[in-house]
Design a protein around this ligand. Structure first.
Ligand code: 13P
Length: 248
C-alpha cells in the first residue's frame, strides 16, 4: 500500500516569524495525523525549517533545484546543497516555473535526475492549461511531460512522486472533479507501468485548489495518493483538516 502523502507548497510566502507560528499551530494539533506529510519552503528558510521540523513527522521539501551539479550558476541551489539541510522532497517542473521561467520538459527531467542522484525524491509536476484541456489535449500534454522524466531517469523512475496539477485549477478556486482527476491519474499510472514493474509504488498527488472541503472526495479516488497543496497549506486549521482526512 502506498499510503497517502500530503505536501504543502508554500510558494513565495512566509517569514521567520510566520513560519514558526504556522508550524507551532500545525504541531499543536497533530494527534490524529498518521499520513506522510511535508512542507516545501522557500530555500532561504530551509535552515530554519530543518531545525523546527527535527523530531516531528513532517518532512522538509524544497520548491526547485538546479539542473547543474555545481559551478558558475548564479542564484541557483544544487541538489547536494539541499541535501545538507536534510531535504527529503523537491518539487520540479511546477507550472509556475514552466510558465514564468520557461522551463522545458528536458530541463525538468534533468532536475529530477539531480534530485534522485542526491537521494532527494523529486515531485514531478505535470498538468495542462485551460486551452489545452478545451482542445482535448490533456492526456497528450501530461504524457509528454512525464515521458521526458521517464526517459531521463530509467530504472529510478519508481522513486519519484508525480503531481497532477491542472494549470487552470491552481490558485483559481476551480478544482478538477474527482472523476477528472482520477482519469488523468490512471493515465499517468498506466504510463509508469510501461516504464517500471514498480509503478504501484509511485505516489501520484493531485494539486489545484485542493482544500478542506474537497479533499475527501479527491483522496477517495483509486489513483489519487495525496495532495500538493498551495493556498490551503498556509492556514494551519485547513492543512491540519486535510492531513486528518488523508489519515483516515
Ligand atoms: P493552490 O492549492 O493554491 O491552488 O496551489 C496548488 C499548487 O500549485 C501546489 O503546488
Amino acid at each position: 500500500m502506498r499510503g497517502k502523502l500530503m505536501i504543502g507548497n508554500w510558494k513565495m510566502n512566509g517569514s521567520l516569524a510566520a513560519n514558526a507560528s504556522l508550524l507551532t499551530d500545525l504541531l499543536a494539533d497533530s494527534v490524529d495525523v498518521y499520513c506522510r506529510s511535508a512542507v516545501c519552503v522557500p530555500s532561504l528558510y530551509l535552515a530554519q525549517m530543518q531545525s523546527l521540523l527535527t523530531g516531528t513527522s513532517i518532512a522538509l521539501g524544497a520548491q526547485d533545484v538546479s539542473a547543474h551539479e555545481d559551478g558558475a550558476y548564479t542564484g541557483e541551489v544544487s541538489a547536494t546543497m539541499l541535501r545538507d539541510f536534510a531535504v527529503r522532497y523537491c518539487i520540479v517542473g511546477h507550472s509556475e516555473r514552466r510558465q514564468y521561467h520557461a522551463e522545458s520538459d528536458m530541463l525538468v527531467a534533468s532536475k529530477a535526475q539531480r534530485a534522485l542522484a542526491a537521494g532527494i525524491t523529486p515531485i514531478v509536476c505535470v498538468g495542462e492549461s485551460l486551452a489545452e484541456r478545451e482542445a482535448g489535449q490533456t492526456e497528450v500534454v501530461v504524457k509528454r511531460q512525464l515521458a521526458a522524466v521517464i526517459h531521463a531517469n530509467g530504472h529510478c523512475i519508481s522513486e519519484i512522486v508525480v503531481a497532477y496539477e491542472p494549470v487552470w485549477a491552481i490558485g483559481t478556486g476551480l478544482t478538477a472533479t474527482p472523476e477528472q482527476a482520477q482519469k488523468v491519474h490512471a493515465v499517468l499510472r498506466a504510463q509508469l507501468q510501461v516504464a517500471t514493474a514498480h509503478a504501484d509504488r509511485v505516489s501520484i498527488l493531485y494539486g489545484g485548489s485542493m482544500n478542506a472541503a474537497n479533499a475527501a472526495d479527491l483522496l477517495a479516488q483509486t489513483d489519487v495518493d495525496g495532495g500538493l497543496i498551495g493556498g490551503a497549506a498556509l492556514k494551519a486549521p485547513d492543512f491540519l483538516s486535510m492531513l486528518k482526512t488523508a489519515s483516515r
